[in-house]
Write a protein that binds this ligand. Structure first.
Ligand SMILES: [Zn+2]
Ligand SMILES: [Zn+2]
Length: 290
């Protein structure tokens, strides 16, 4: 009896210290389903982060639908959703996230890129509006709170969890996050465009010494120089340069171009591994622990 109680306590403490990142959508710009993308996955940005018992969601692309289906069994769910920004590929899964329709759940939705001109709630109401969409956000049954901040602020969504933030270089703005928990750190930096030969100081400051960096690697340096300047995205080579200069321990190549099929991503993965051993390409279902 006593031994069982001790074992249970040890298990609870171990679980309490758990810091996990699970990928539900890894694609950029538009979902790209089909046999050619089946291994890495075709869903757009959606990431689940577990900081002990706390659940944090990053972005709400099409991948959040499957994540929501899994969360139904965990109700009541109390969670924070942090948006990098509100471009369509990062919010289009919201209305299909079934936990929003369970009244026992609570969600706080955060955005730091909007400035004073509008609010996150207004942006989502405009996107979920006729004739683009049949129902407004008011159909959600869960307790919904919308919170704005200014990229650069430090947030503490729960005791022991610190989110540092930084403004990214992206059309209409975007926010990069560094989640710190239990002495470890995971950075989520997408969508952002670099300036060749000039490392982004905001990003370097955010990611310094991080255990994991999930970074916008939509293009290769060659593709970027040829036809993607000004589109708001970066390259895996820039990610490697940032990791080396900031002492990041592990790179996760993320926000894959919808036109990069599995074979192309395999080839990119081989180049990344040579340039930065231990780096990985994000794929749906992948779980990492910092
Ligand atoms: Zn995007
Ligand atoms: Zn974007």
């Amino acid at each position: 009896m006593q031994a069982a109680r001790v074992r249970a306590t040890v298990a609870a403490v171990t679980t309490g210290a758990e810091f996990l990142v699970r990928f539900w959508g890894v694609r950029g710009s538009i979902a790209a389903p089909g046999p050619a993308t089946a291994r890495y996955g075709g869903n757009t940005s959606s990431i689940e982060v577990r900081c002990g018992a706390r659940l944090i969601l990053l972005d709400a692309g099409t991948g959040i639908r499957s994540l929501g289906n899994k969360l139904l069994a965990e109700a009541p769910v109390d969670s924070d959703i942090f948006f990098t920004h509100t471009h369509f590929d990062h919010v289009c899964g919201l209305a299909f996230f079934k936990p929003f329709f369970q009244p026992q759940n609570s969600f706080r939705l955060w955005a730091g890129h909007l400035g004073s001109g509008t609010t996150l709630q207004r942006v989502l109401r405009e996107f979920m509006a006729a004739p683009l969409f049949p129902v407004p956000p008011e159909v959600f049954k869960a307790k919904m709170e919308y919170r704005e901040f200014t990229a650069g602020e430090t947030l503490t969504p729960a005791p022991g969890i610190v989110l540092r933030t930084a403004a990214l270089n992206h059309p209409d703005g975007a926010t990069g996050y560094r989640i710190e928990y239990g002495g470890k750190s995971v950075c989520y930096v997408t969508d952002t465009e670099h300036v060749p030969s000039t490392p982004d100081r905001n990003i370097l400051g955010l990611i310094r010494g991080a255990d994991i960096l999930i970074y916008d690697c939509m293009y290769t340096d060659e593709e970027y120089a040829e036809f993607c300047v000004g589109w708001g995205h970066s390259t895996w080579q820039e990610a490697v340069r940032l990791c080396l200069s900031a002492g990041v321990k592990k790179l996760v190549v993320f926000h894959h171009d919808p036109d990069h099929d599995d074979e192309r991503l395999d080839a990119i993965g081989r180049e990344v591994e040579v340039a930065l051993p231990g780096a990985v390409l994000a794929r749906e279902g992948m779980v990492l622990s910092p």
